[in-house]
Design a binder for this molecule. Structure first.
Ligand code: ADE
Length: 246
């Protein structure tokens, strides 16, 4: 997959994209990420990227010209026409595992990081093909949102994670939170690892983990439990155990 990122602070990507999973995916040739500075697509002496909002009001608005020009230049350089162009904005559809998995199916994505108090509406209506928010809060930088999104997407690209199951077995992939995990030592400060995990009985362990994931989701994220796919037996189990939590 190739990802082209258009932004105002390209240096912000250097460290996060040179660590851990994203770094490994780049080294393995599974992803190719290019970062461009929108400021390089201005033509005035001051390299102006923002201006006052028409109609008044606080803050500055990202101008349309450098954004349209940057997109056109990257498209021309790559000799491509049709490509998803995603604007990172708190007004976009919310990023979750389903959206990340869906975006990972594309072979090429272009991301535009919004900035300041806003982006000229014409970028939204005539350039972007999609708008994504990483959560219901406002960041001053679309760059951070782009990093989060890239990390979430890259995990779904085949070969990026060690095990093919990993991306789908984590919290949220099946709309359930993850079950509790333990590692050595077996007893730490008097707190023991649940005996079932030491039993070697894989089917019982799987059953315990599934129940823990269901219980944890029902307690912490009641909004998710209604969307999870549960068997009738599991639903029955929840109603008994939520009333009498162990
Ligand atoms: N830019 C500023 N806040 C954002 C958010 N929550 N998601 C995506 N982009 C943003």
């Amino acid at each position: 997959m190739r990802i082209d990122i258009l932004c105002l602070f390209p240096e912000m990507f250097v460290s996060p994209f040179n660590q851990s999973i994203v770094k490994r995916a780049k080294e393995q040739g599974l992803i190719d990420i290019m970062v461009y500075n929108i400021r390089d697509y201005t033509h005035d002496r001051h390299h102006t990227v923002d201006d006052y909002p028409y109609g008044g009001g606080p803050g500055m608005v990202l101008k349309p010209e450098p954004v349209f020009e940057a997109v056109a230049a990257v498209k021309q350089q790559l000799n491509i026409n049709e490509i998803p162009i995603i604007l990172l904005t708190p007004q976009g559809r919310l990023l979750n595992q389903r959206v990340a998995r869906e975006l990972a199916l594309h072979s090429h994505l272009m991301l535009i990081c919004g900035h300041y108090e806003g982006v000229d509406e014409r970028v939204r209506s005539h350039l972007a093909t999609d708008e994504i928010s990483i959560g219901d809060y406002v960041l001053s930088s679309g760059e951070l949102a782009a990093m989060v999104m890239v990390e979430a997407i890259v995990r779904f690209i085949p070969g990026v994670l060690g095990s093919p199951m990993s991306a789908n077995s984590n919290s949220h992939s099946d709309r359930l939170l993850e079950y509790p995990q333990y590692t050595r030592p077996q007893v730490y400060r008097g707190w023991s690892v649940p005996a079932i995990l030491l039993s070697g009985n894989h089917s019982e362990i799987a059953c315990w983990r599934r129940h823990q994931a269901i219980l944890r989701t029902a307690n912490r994220r009641p909004d998710l439990i209604g969307k999870a796919t549960l068997s009738d037996k599991e639903k029955e189990w929840i109603s008994e155990n939520l009333l009498n939590p162990k």
